[in-house]
Every structure is written in C-alpha cells, then in structure tokens.
Write a protein that binds this ligand. Structure first.
Ligand SMILES: Cc1ncc(COP(=O)(O)O)c(C=O)c1O
Length: 391
C-alpha cells in the first residue's frame, strides 16, 4: 500500500502530540495539570442543552441535513451579525453552516487555491490554514508576526513576485496563539490590499466573544467593502462552550460562500439539524452566559499571569482569546522549556514553535483549565521556582 504524498507531508497535529505526551506521563503515574488545549471546561449552558433535547424528539431532525444549513440557522447567524456587529447579511447567499469552523477553514482552500498558488499565512498561526493550503496543492508564504509589531502582519513587506501568485490572505483576531487583537484599521488596509492584488481574505473570528475588560472584538465584515473580498469564519465553540457539538459558520463574499457550499455538498452532509437548533437557541437566546464565562476566564488569566511574572517570565495580559502567551527564559527553546516544566512539575504548556518559527521563544497557556487544577498547577510552578532559586 502506498499512501498519498500529502499524508506524508502532514506535520503531526500539535494537539494530538500533546495528548500523547499527557497520556504517557499519566501512564507513568504523574498527576498532569494541562494548560495545553483551548477547550472550554465549563458545560454548555442549560437553555442550549434544552433546545437539543426538544430537537432530538422531532423525526424531521433524524434525517440528512442540507450542507448549507437550515434557513433558520443561517437567519440566526445573520441576526447575530446585525445585533453584534451592525453587519447586514443575506442569510440565503452570504452565510453557510460549518461542522465547526475548522471544517470550513480546511475546505475553503479547495475553493481558492490551485496547485502553484500561494496563500499568505501569518506565523505564528492556528495550523489548519497551512494544512488546507497544502491539501489544495498550494504554497504557504509566511507573514512573520512579532511582539514589537503587536503580532500584526506587515502587508507591505510581501514581495511583488509572491503577490503575483497569491490568491488568499489569512488573518485571525482575536489571535490564537498570541492573544493579540487587531484595530479595525488593519482590516481596512487589508481590504485595500486584497483589491490591489486580487486576492481573497479569510478572517478567522473563532474568539469573537471571548474578551475581557469591556473589549468587543470587531468583525472583519464591519469594514466598508469587506464583503467584496472577504469571508469570515465564526464559531459557537468557544463562546457557548460548544466545542463538542461542532457548529460554526462562514459569512461574507457570495462567490466564496457559493463555492464553499458546492465543495461541501460534495463532501459532507452538513451539521445535524438538532445541533443547528441548539445553535439557534445559543445565538438568539439570553446572552448572560457569555459574560459569566469570560469572568471565569479573566480570573484565571490574571492568576496565571501573576504566577508567570513571579517566575520571571515576560507576559502581557491579552484583551481577548483563551490564551496567555509567555516569553520563555532567554536562551531556551520553547520545546525545551515545556519539556523541563512537564518533567519537573507535571504541568503542560504548549510550545510556541508548534504554531510556526515565529512562535519560538514563547509558550501558550490556555485558561480553560478548571479552577482547582489552575490552583494546583500554579502552586507547583511557584514551588518549583522557589526550589530552583534555592538550588
Ligand atoms: C483560531 C482558531 N480557529 C478555529 C478553531 C476551530 O474551532 P471550531 O472548529 O471548534 O469552530 C480554533 C480552535 O481551537 C481556533 O483556535
């Protein structure tokens, strides 16, 4: 048997690697505290679960869904855009349902990238943008982000010879893994850039509502002209603790939404309708849970930052996202630091290099670890620091 080259080219999926390491340590009897994965620990709110119970009883929901999603779900997404961002969308032509935003992020490359085309992808970044590009036969041109530049790309630095072949620019704010947020002005510049170079912008808004201290992340589609050149991926996963249910949406440019719907209808049969009904309840129901979740994350964020700073690590408080992004001690790689931490304390953090070369020198800690485990993890880090300082 010979597997296709694209399988051999796949890097090990970062989180699968982390899960393997955790399992290995647990098998050795270590009580592991993981700050590794951004998967909300709190349950899906009751009123959303109740919608699932009711929807599960309806025989119409026991049959194949349509890949584009129920009209009622697409309308709920459009109403959310109008209420939350002041963006008016046509639910019939400008919105499509996704089996979690990851599915659409992966598949959209099949709509936009031919062999030999280039995708402009920030470094560091959520790994799926590059993998989708590779599956479509395209090449990745990394846009280096750094702390001095606020983890925002310098679009003017992309060489002309690259721009000639570029068909897509990926952006993601609030950002995973850095926690950075973008001013609307970056989105405005990106729209002009996309027009100038005839490329499509894919904006990943997975952390649309995970934000702190009154900050409200904007939608890319708020910028005038955005829908001429852009699609945006949103998700219910992080806002409503729904990672396990797999539902999100793509919205924006009609041509891209139509292409994505056609690709999807040839590959998948959409999101189970009962889950679309949950999502309607989430988007249209009471929103108090969103602030409650963020208050929990904010407390954890502040405690994690305080401890990391007491260890001498440089870290800025993120305005949004589920992540604390910390500079590792000078002279140590992110993998070496994460491994040293795991061996000495049983605490798991994600090495920044897993998100690209520019992630080297940083580690990411997720605030989705339950409170008692945050306490335990931070206690161990403090004790370890005190012991190393003494030793
Ligand atoms: C930046 C970013 N985009 C998209 C996703 C995918 O989320 P989902 O497929 O659950 O909607 C994630 C998940 O961690 C993410 O961090």
């Amino acid at each position: 048997m010979r597997l296709a080259d694209r399988v051999a080219q796949l890097p090990p999926y970062l989180f699968a690697e982390i899960s393997r390491k955790i399992a290995e340590k647990r098998a050795q009897g270590v009580d592991v505290v993981s700050f590794g994965i951004g998967d909300p620990d709190l349950p899906t709110p009751q009123h959303i679960l109740q919608a699932l119970h009711t929807a599960a009883e309806k025989p119409v929901n026991h049959r194949y869904p349509e890949s584009e999603g129920l009209p009622e779900y697409r309308s709920a997404v459009a109403r959310w855009y109008a209420r939350r961002f002041g963006v008016e969308l046509d639910p019939d032509t400008e919105v499509v349902s996704l089996i979690g935003s990851k599915e659409g992020i992966g598949h959209v490359a099949l709509c936009l990238v031919d062999p030999g085309d280039v995708a402009l992808i920030p470094d560091p970044a959520y790994p799926v943008y590059a993998v989708g590009t590779m599956f479509a036969g395209g090449e990745v041109y990394p846009l280096p982000l750094d702390e001095e530049g606020g983890w925002l790309p310098d679009l003017d630095a992309v060489p002309e010879r690259v721009l000639e072949r570029a068909t897509v620019l990926w952006l993601n704010y609030p950002n995973n893994p850095t926690g950075a947020v973008a001013p609307l002005e970056l989105f405005e510049r990106a729209v002009a850039f996309a027009r100038r170079h005839e490329l499509v912008i894919c904006h990943d808004l997975a952390y649309s509502d995970v934000a702190y201290e009154g900050y409200r992340p904007p939608s890319f589609l708020e910028v005038p002209g955005a829908r001429d050149v852009a699609v945006e991926f949103s998700s219910l996963s992080k806002t409503y603790n729904m990672t396990g249910w797999r539902i999100g949406a793509a919205a924006g440019n009609r041509g891209v939404i139509d292409a994505l719907t056609r690709v999807k209808s040839n590959l998948d049969s959409g999101v189970p309708q009962a889950i679309q009904e949950m999502a309607i309840a989430a988007l249209s129901g009471p929103q108090g849970c969103v602030g409650e979740h963020n208050a929990v994350y904010r407390r954890r964020r502040d405690r994690i930052i305080e401890t990391l700073r007491s260890l001498g690590l440089r870290v800025q408080a993120p305005k949004a996202s589920l992540y604390v992004w910390a500079r590792v001690p000078e002279g140590e790689t992110s993998i070496a630091f994460a491994a040293r931490l795991l061996d000495a304390t049983g605490v798991v953090v994600t090495p920044g290099i897993g998100y690209g070369q520019q992630g080297e020198g940083y580690v990411r800690l997720s605030v989705t670890t339950p409170d008692d485990r945050v306490d335990e993890g931070l206690r161990r880090l403090t004790a370890w620091h005190a012991a190393t300082a003494r030793g």
